[in-house]
Design a protein around this ligand. Structure first.
Ligand SMILES: O=P(O)(O)OC[C@H]1O[C@H](OP(=O)(O)OP(=O)(O)O)[C@H](O)[C@@H]1O
Ligand code: HPA
Ligand SMILES: [Mg+2]
Length: 180
């Protein structure tokens, strides 16, 4: 760490790799015979999606959307902005959305409604980290890597103001503030 932030390990790189492998096995079995579009939500998804697609044994396609709601704050504004739309046509295709984290649920709720407007054959959600206690809107998540209580997490794609995404594990930032 190059500043005075305090951090606590929440999930080690090894734990994450184990869990990603399990999720990939489940997805491979559930989507057998299909060619899903794995739709990553930038930027946070970039490491999780990269690890996941190399473990899933399916003829999948990969695309991205870019959404933003947190900006440089550690609380969601609740307003979701579409910065980049999918490039592959999702009409009639199974879509598996891949996200680093669900917190209030605002981002994924907005995205599911947006995607359904494009008439995919199915939309399923895969998130690595679920902060279920903080949910503000109902969202059905099909694949969850880890459930966690409150506390701001960084690493493995997750940022605070664009920092810390590159860290290999998942860490809680300023744990004394989050009360964990
Ligand atoms: O459930 P919510 O409360 O909506 O929060 C989850 C969203 O917040 C983060 O994105 P952010 O806006 O920080 O963009 P980023 O992926 O570029 O970091 C995260 O990657 C999710 O997309
Ligand atoms: O804990 C978090 N860390 C990083 N980004 C986030 N977006 C929602 N919750 C979080
Ligand atoms: Mg972010």
């Amino acid at each position: 760490m190059s500043d005075n932030s305090q951090i606590k390990v929440v999930f080690s790189p090894e734990e994450i790799q184990r869990r990603v492998r399990e999720l990939a096995e489940q997805i491979t079995s559930d989507f057998a015979g299909q060619e899903p579009i794995m739709l990553g939500v930038l930027k946070g998804c970039f490491i999780f999606l990269s690890d996941l697609v190399r473990q899933v044994d399916l003829p999948l396609e990969i695309d991205f959307v870019r959404l933003a709601s947190y900006g440089s704050s550690d609380t969601s504004s609740g307003r979701v902005q579409l910065v980049k739309a999918p490039e592959i046509s999702i009409k009639g295709r199974p879509v598996l959305v891949v996200e680093d984290i669900i917190d209030t649920g605002n981002t994924l709720k907005w995205l599911v409604e947006y995607l359904e407007g494009m008439q995919p054959s199915s939309v399923n959600l895969c998130v690595l980290v679920d902060k279920a206690e903080r949910r503000e809107v109902e969202v059905e998540v099909d694949y969850v890597g880890f459930k966690v209580p409150d506390g701001f997490l960084v690493g493995y794609g997750l940022d605070f103001d664009e920092r810390f995404r590159f860290l290999p594990g998942i860490y809680e930032l300023n744990p004394q503030r989050g009360g964990a």
